[in-house]
Design a protein around this ligand. Structure first.
Ligand code: NDP
Length: 306
């Protein structure tokens, strides 16, 4: 992700370069992609991308579905916005970087899709409420909430400040609560909803230098299972995805020898791609997945199995 963190700033913060990089899981920075890149279907940086038909896909699984994405200005959220729009969804996305949000909006529009950016900080309950109201004003309702916004503020316990604890918990977990809270009544009233929350392999397995991030992401997994029980009888599914190492530009910038060590711990032998996470999100939201709820889909190349 784009946020600076202590582990990167302080080489002595952890056990070595590999460990420090490992502690950054979930912090992989995504490239800023120009409008031409989005129009071409490009999701992140130089990574391999799905083909670009120039118009939205003929496969319209989400035609007229209304999809809200937190953290759609970069990385996984951005790629998911493009993927949803390509399959016919009306997408609204939030994030704090308006220039990037507008770029996604214009880029999707240029391909014949529909997307609207709304500036909102997921830590602020009123912002998220306005984001939901904005979505309803644009498209009449809300079908899907993709809770993706997240940050890292890494550091060992000795260096972890209360501020960095709060920022990560407020964004990664509090933001998910704010979004679900704002969207829930409408989903209940309509008897339909799809919620997908982004957790992390490090919320499952823990990670050196990330008590804040691991706690927040572990919280996402518990939150998902609890809310799924409330939603199940009401036509609302709630699921999580736990990504492993995703190949964004930040990870790509890691020295080759360090990247090789990281990859050596991933059974499939490579990093994941943002669009591989997006595909998981789309699966969980599709009609085919109506019987899937309360689950955590691990997309990590086999790095953590249980
Ligand atoms: P990026 O930094 O590229 O994307 C993070 C997104 O979150 C940005 O769009 C950012 O928007 C948004 N965001 C952060 N803080 C806020 C806030 N307060 N309010 C609104 N939006 C916010 O990172 P990734 O795409 O890599 O990460 C996406 C999710 O995936 C995160 O939850 C991350 O923890 C998780 N993840 C990522 C992994 C990886 O290897 N990349 C691995 C495991 C999990 P803006 O800055 O404009 O506010």
């Amino acid at each position: 992700m784009n946020e600076p963190n202590e582990a990167r700033a302080s080489p002595s913060a952890s056990r070595g370069s590999v460990s420090r990089r490992a502690a950054l899981i979930g912090s992989a920075g995504a490239a800023v992609v120009g409008i031409a890149g989005i129009a071409a279907g490009i999701g992140v940086g130089s990574h391999e991308v799905p083909p670009a038909p120039g118009t939205v896909s003929s496969r319209q699984r989400f035609a007229n579905k209304v999809v809200m994405i937190t953290g759609g200005t970069s990385g996984i959220g951005r790629v998911a916005a493009i993927a949803f729009a390509r399959e016919g969804a009306h997408v609204t996305l939030c994030g704090r970087r308006e220039a990037l949000g507008r770029e996604v909006e214009r880029g999707i529009g240029a391909t014949g899709g529909t997307a609207r950016y709304f500036r909102a900080d997921v830590r602020v309950e009123a912002d998220v409420q306005r984001f939901v109201e904005f979505t309803a004003s644009q498209f009449g309702r809300l079908d899907v909430a993709f809770n993706n916004a997240g940050i890292t503020r890494d550091g060992t316990m000795r260096k972890m400040s209360r501020v960095n604890w709060d920022q990560v918990l407020d964004t990664n977990l509090g933001g998910c609560f704010n979004m679900c809270k704002a969207a829930w009544e409408g989903m209940l009233a309509r008897g339909f909803g799809r919620v997908v929350n982004i957790g992390s392999i490090n919320g499952q397995a823990g990670q050196y230098g990330q008590v804040n991030y691991a706690a927040a992401k572990s919280g996402i997994h518990g939150f998902t299972k609890a809310l799924a029980q409330e939603g199940a009888p009401k036509g609302i599914t709630v699921n999580a995805i736990a990504p492993g190492y995703i190949d964004t530009d930040m990870v790509a910038a890691v020295p080759p020898e360090v990247l090789d060590k990281i990859k050596s711990r991933i059974p499939v032998g490579r990093l994941g791609k943002a669009d591989e996470i997006a595909r998981g999100v789309l699966f969980l939201v599709a009609d085919d997945a109506g019987f899937v709820t309360g689950s955590t889909m691990s997309i990590n190349g086999g790095q953590h199995m249980y």
